[in-house]
Design a protein around this ligand. Structure first.
Ligand code: NAD
Ligand code: SIN
Length: 487
């Protein structure tokens, strides 16, 4: 029997569902082994969250803020342990894992600010009394997290939801359950009342059991395929709020720049986190001719100098493995299916397990443009397109059903003005990598990248609904307001 790994109503217990295991992609050793939450346990977690909502929704904001600030302190106390859990389950370099814990801690104050700016209270005097704007919690929120930022991204739903007065049932990614466990411990230690936050563990079946319950919202960060599934699954449940933060097939246009500097921005856009960021550039759009060729040569050279290694290696790596051997096999197959001139194959890494890959670069065959699949490849692969003018660069950049991030590298402000007016994406950067996002800005995408409910600073918007009221202390005659009434 495994250790108790699910948290329902403030009590830790062992699930009775299927056993599942997360693996360290560096050592291939198991990190977490437990029974998943069975459907009846998931139902119980939602029922308990519903019960807890009655009092949590009425707790005053100052108390909720104090508890979330205590959570921040609990994260700080466990920072090293959480960073190591992220490293063990994802293989990400320690510098990234520590930064992720920093983002989790920073989220608390940012979310407190966001609540007051975007979901606060406002009152204006009227002839009869006042007009008041308040925000009320939606209810029980199901949170499903991805593996690539197993702490930061679900935290970005959970903190705003709890602040808004919602209660939460969280299912971490099956690849990263131990990070979810540590978050639950920190929330419990911070004094989040029993039942207000609940943790269920498991894979997709557990996720499906969760969305089948009477939830009021699904706060999801993950793949577009899962997003499609949820859109269909909730088609007859319009009362459930869906916030879908999905993938992208993101373009980076590099037009005029010193090739060495451009290469740094390109590598950081395409290969950081081993290409496993939703904001990573997947398509690199360059001018035809020498300018573009020089940039490709510089990217190839820089890609060859990246240290690829494990989190605790004595030499700090730039990037680690993909999440699993299976993910790496899928990426290898997707790379081989691309048609064009291979500049760097998606290579193996000597003396490392199959989950390790080196970045792949391919110049796409012009004849096949528009025929290939418009899909995210969640791996360090850049597909290069060469175009003869900027108008074509923009068209190519917009030639996608997605619309998450995009970037322009150019010192021409006129091109930037043109680019930011025409590009269709939610995160659009100029002379900065496509990756990385400001916590105090919204983060979300168009088209297949989401459903127009951006997260990060705007998470406050989907965690509460606005309630507008006209108020008078006592009913008075509607003199002058009612027309057409006989005396
Ligand atoms: P995923 O969609 O495979 O899984 C995410 C979570 O959803 C997991 O907990 C999984 O168990 C659950 N899930 C998946 N399909 C389900 C289904 N049909 N029913 C119930 N539950 C289901 O995503 P992943 O592989 O963990 O994460 C990588 C993806 O996330 C990439 O596509 C990436 O672009 C995207 N992502 C988006 C953002 C963003 O903010 N837009 C940020 C990070 C990652
Ligand atoms: C991502 O790129 O996968 C998420 C970025 C963020 O929210 O910081």
């Amino acid at each position: 029997m495994s250790a108790a790994q699910i948290l329902i109503g403030g009590k830790w217990r062992t699930g009775t569902g299927e056993r599942f295991v997360s693996h360290n992609p560096v050592t291939c050793a198991p990190v977490f082994e437990a029974e998943s939450a069975a459907p009846d346990e998931v139902a119980e977690a939602v029922a308990i969250a519903r019960k807890a909502l009655e009092s949590w929704a009425d707790v005053d904001l100052a108390t909720r803020i104090a508890i979330l600030r205590a959570y921040r302190q609990e994260l700080e106390r466990r920072a090293d342990e959480i960073a190591r859990a992220i490293a063990d389950e994802t293989g990400k370099p320690m510098w990234e894992c520590r930064a992720e814990v920093g983002s989790m801690m920073g989220k608390v104050e940012i979310s407190i600010r966001a609540v007051s700016e975007r979901a606060g209270e406002r009152e204006t005097a009227t002839a009869f009394g006042r007009a008041v704007l308040r925000h009320r919690p939606h209810g029980v929120m199901a949170v499903l997290g991805p593996f690539n930022f197993p702490g930061h991204l679900p935290n970005g739903h959970i903190v705003p939801a709890l602040l808004a007065g919602d209660t939460v049932v969280f299912k971490p990614s099956e690849e990263t359950p131990s990070v979810g466990r540590l978050m639950a411990e920190a929330l419990q230690a911070a004094g989040v009342p029993d039942g207000v936050f609940n943790l269920v563990q498991g894979g997709r079946a557990t996720g499906q059991a969760l969305i089948a319950q009477e939830i009021d919202g699904l706060l999801f960060t993950g793949s577009a395929a899962a997003g499609d599934y949820f859109r269909r699954a909730f088609i007859d449940r319009p009362e459930v709020i869906l916030a879908l933060e999905l993938g992208g097939n993101n373009p980076l246009v590099v037009w005029d720049a010193d090739p060495e500097i451009a290469a740094q921005h390109i590598v950081q856009s395409g290969f950081v986190t081993t290409g496993q960021r939703c904001s990573c550039a997947r398509r690199l759009i360059l001018p035809e001719g020498k300018a573009g060729s020089d940039i490709i040569a510089a990217v190839e050279a820089l890609a060859g100098r990246l240290v690829i290694g494990a989190p605790y290696d004595p030499i700090e790596p730039y990037m680690g493995p993909l999440i699993s051997d299976r993910a790496a096999e899928a990426a290898r197959q997707r790379f081989s299916a691309l048609r064009g001139k291979v500049i760097r194959p998606l290579g193996d890494v000597a003396d490392r397990p199959r989950a390790f890959v080196s970045p792949g670069l391919i110049e796409m065959d012009v004849a096949t443009w528009g025929e290939g699949e418009d899909e995210e490849i969640f791996a360090p692969i850049l597909q290069i397109y060469r175009v003869k003018d900027f108008d074509l660069a923009l068209r190519r950049a917009n030639a996608t059903r997605y619309g998450l991030s995009a970037g322009l590298i150019s010192s021409d402000p006129g091109l930037w003005t043109w680019f930011q007016k025409k590009i269709r994406a939610g995160v659009v950067n100029w002379n900065r990598p496509t990756t990385g996002a400001a916590g105090d800005m919204p983060f979300g995408g168009l088209g297949r990248s989401g459903n127009h409910r951006p997260s990060a600073y705007y998470a406050a918007d989907y965690c509460a609904y606005p309630m507008a009221s006209f108020e008078a202390a006592t009913p008075v005659a509607l003199t002058g307001e009612m027309k057409g009434v006989r005396p």
